[in-house]
Design a protein. Structure first.
Length: 202
């Protein structure tokens, strides 16, 4: 269902904004390709555990290659999205000659980069679910820094959008919509990461 929504959103983006900044267009195309790869890998390891090795409980203790690859692709998607958000914060801050908030957001994103890369590398070294606890610290850290980064990005974007308000009702109405979108997307992604973190540690 979500993959279908992604397809529709990607199509609508390229149809409605053909003259958008090239960086955004390339990023949307790359993210769509990565999402296709992500779901293909998910289908593969689901098929492997549910169909190919059906009736063989011992197979459930081993991590199939596609599950490791899916995690790596997921990390790349998260890093790409976080980078785009950080870039947007820098563009919003450019009109106010402020660097502190964008630098804080960038540091948060760099933290996501560091922990995400470590997690992706460590996941390829584990072949059994019985020893997955060895990298639990990396899983917890990745979820924690991702939650913090999503929150920082959302707060920064809302802050600069509020500063952009003017005396024109139409402009303020559009800004209000952007603020609601920024809050909703930031809270939604933070909530997902926080839920996963609570589930893993619980």
């Amino acid at each position: 269902m979500f993959f279908g929504i992604t397809n529709v959103q990607s199509y609508n983006y390229f149809v409605r904004y053909p003259r958008d900044w090239r960086v955004y267009k390339i990023s949307v195309g790359a993210l769509w390709i990565l999402d296709c790869l992500h779901i293909a890998l998910s289908i593969h390891f689901g098929y492997y555990y549910l169909i190919t090795t059906f009736g063989n409980p011992l197979s459930l203790s081993f991590v199939v290659w596609s599950q490791k690859a899916q995690l790596t692709v997921n990390v790349i998607i998260i890093l790409t999205v976080q980078s785009l958000y950080a870039l947007r914060v820098w563009k919003l801050a450019a009109g106010y000659n402020q660097r502190l908030i964008p630098c804080v957001v960038t540091l948060c994103v760099l933290g996501v980069y560091a922990v995400g890369i470590i997690l992706a590398v460590l996941s390829w070294k584990e072949d059994s679910f019985l020893t997955i606890f060895k990298i639990s610290w990396a899983i917890n850290a990745s979820l924690a820094v991702s939650t913090g980064s999503d929150f920082a990005v959302a707060v920064a974007m809302v802050y600069y959008l509020l500063k952009s308000r003017s005396n024109f009702a139409n402009t303020n109405s559009q800004l209000a919509s952007l603020i609601q979108y920024s809050l909703a997307s930031g809270i939604a992604t933070s909530a997902c990461s926080m839920s996963a973190l609570i589930t893993v540690t619980g």
